[in-house]
Write a protein that binds this ligand. Sequence first.
Ligand SMILES: [Zn+2]
Length: 74
Amino acid sequence: MGHHSIDLDLDAALAPPHACPACRSSDLRPVCGEQGLVFLCPGCRRTWVSELGALLPAEQPEPVVAMPRPRSSP
Ligand SMILES: [Zn+2]
């Protein structure tokens, strides 16, 4: 109790996430995305990134066909 170590922190950081924060599905699947290793939830179709043991929502990849953005020129 109250015993901390770097090893435990690393284990928490490297351990796969337990469940989807959104729908609590435990069927997260690790996939390689542009952000590195992301976790795809088949339940709610969200993608998550694991940072220090916490799941954060991952940015969706840009669509292949990007719309031209209006660029204000001086
Ligand atoms: Zn989910």
